[in-house]
Design a protein around this ligand. Structure first.
Ligand code: ADP
Ligand code: MG
Length: 358
């Protein structure tokens, strides 16, 4: 062996020892499993699990998907036989018994309605329905129909009876819509399922709403999550570095009704019956995906002033807002700085969600 080769062999050996040493300090080598994109809850989901061995990591991914699918069974408003559909059909006639997941999410939803002064409201169904029709017909909902719908909206008309775990409507024609919270809630339940299955770390992305926990498998401290740029489909707004946090985005940039050249958001101001169009994108960083999801919807309704006021009043909760119109403005709370990765040119985990055909 020439001297030069010996030298480089030594360097390689030294590097191997150094790498092994670092690994030994970090504990045993962790394994990662990634699901790739799969369709669930009417959108694409991507799950990464970190565990002591590959088999456990793969089992964690499957445990998380099973949990997402179970939640979807109960909460889907696209499935006629789901518990949610049953409530929407019969809850004015009689109290409808529901399972733990659904009852819990409704209790949490009502809490968010109170906290947001009704900006978030799962009883928004009748108004959502009119605006969905508008999306199809490209005609604004008639004022009389909107007024009718408005009289059927209001979380205070939703009766949750804890003892019998039943749901009842006080007014005929009420309809629940869990679109603003179900994804976040499902993600939180799936995180629990993953942890029970032995995950040390993980990231769950359902349609762009994300929660991560523990360490990523590589030598990073945090998970990198890209936020979609609302005005350029193929670009990211920025990259977040998150650890044990969730982020959810609510926006009119991908789903909207277009009438006479004007875009109308799929987020509705429940009190007015109008669409929430001041902000085209609201991303909320919070501890749980449920909080991030519900608050993103609420801040879309509240708008910049009241929205930021609400988020500033909550611990460990931050917001990024993009106003509608021809501005490049990105409004955010002070605390977001700790989460923005300024060094990262290419994101490892992007939330480039696509809405799957339903
Ligand atoms: P995305 O569906 O893009 O994740 P959101 O989390 O904001 O965005 O959810 C929007 C959905 O929530 C709407 O499509 C509708 O089903 C429902 N929704 C609309 N307005 C409200 C509201 N004010 N409160 C609660 N849910 C709402
Ligand atoms: Mg939401």
């Amino acid at each position: 062996m020439t001297k030069r080769y010996m030298y480089s062999a030594l360097i390689i050996a030294a590097a191997a020892v150094a790498a092994f040493g670092i690994r030994a300090l970090r504990g045993p080598r962790m394994k990662t499993a990634n699901s790739g994109y799969r369709v669930v809850m009417g959108t694409f989901a991507n799950i990464t699990a970190v565990a002591a061995d590959s088999k456990t990591a793969r089992a964690c991914v499957e445990a998380a998907f099973s949990r997402l699918e179970r939640v979807d069974e109960v909460m889907s408003d696209y499935k006629a036989d789901s518990q949610l559909s049953q409530i929407n059909r019969d809850a004015f006639k009689e109290p409808i018994p529901v399972d733990d997941d659904l009852f819990k999410v409704l209790e949490i939803a009502v809490e968010y309605s109170r906290q947001t002064g009704g900006a978030f409201d799962v009883t928004v169904g009748p108004e959502v329905e009119l605006w969905r029709k508008a999306e199809e017909t490209h005609a604004l909902p008639p004022e009389a129909e909107l007024a009718q719908a408005r009289s059927k909206v209001g979380f205070e008309k939703l009766i949750l009876e804890a003892r019998s775990q039943t749901v009842r409507f006080e007014v005929d024609g009420m309809r629940l819509d869990l679109g603003g919270i179900a994804k976040g809630y499902a993600i939180d339940l799936a995180v629990e399922a993953m942890q029970r299955a032995g995950a040390i770390g993980g990231l769950i992305d359902v349609g762009g709403d994300v929660r991560c926990f523990g360490p990523p498998a590589d030598d990073r401290e945090s998970w990198l999550v890209g936020l979609q740029n609302p005005t350029a489909d193929d670009r990211l707004l920025l990259v977040l570095k998150l650890r044990d946090m969730a982020v959810a985005t609510s926006g009119s940039y991908r789903r909207f009704a277009e009438i006479d050249g004007k875009k109308y958001s799929h987020v509705i101001n429940p009190a007015a019956g109008s669409t929430a169009d001041e902000l085209i994108s609201v991303s909320i960083v919070a501890r749980t995906a449920t909080a991030a999801d519900a608050l993103a919807t609420a801040v879309s309704v509240l708008g910049r002033g009241k929205g930021l006021e609400l988020i500033d009043s909550l611990a460990e909760t931050e917001a990024f807002l993009v106003p509608a119109g021809e501005t490049d403005e990105l409004i955010h709370t002070e605390g977001v700085r700790q989460y923005v990765d300024t060094s990262q040119p290419v994101p490892v985990y992007s939330t480039a969600s696509k809405v799957a055909g339903r």
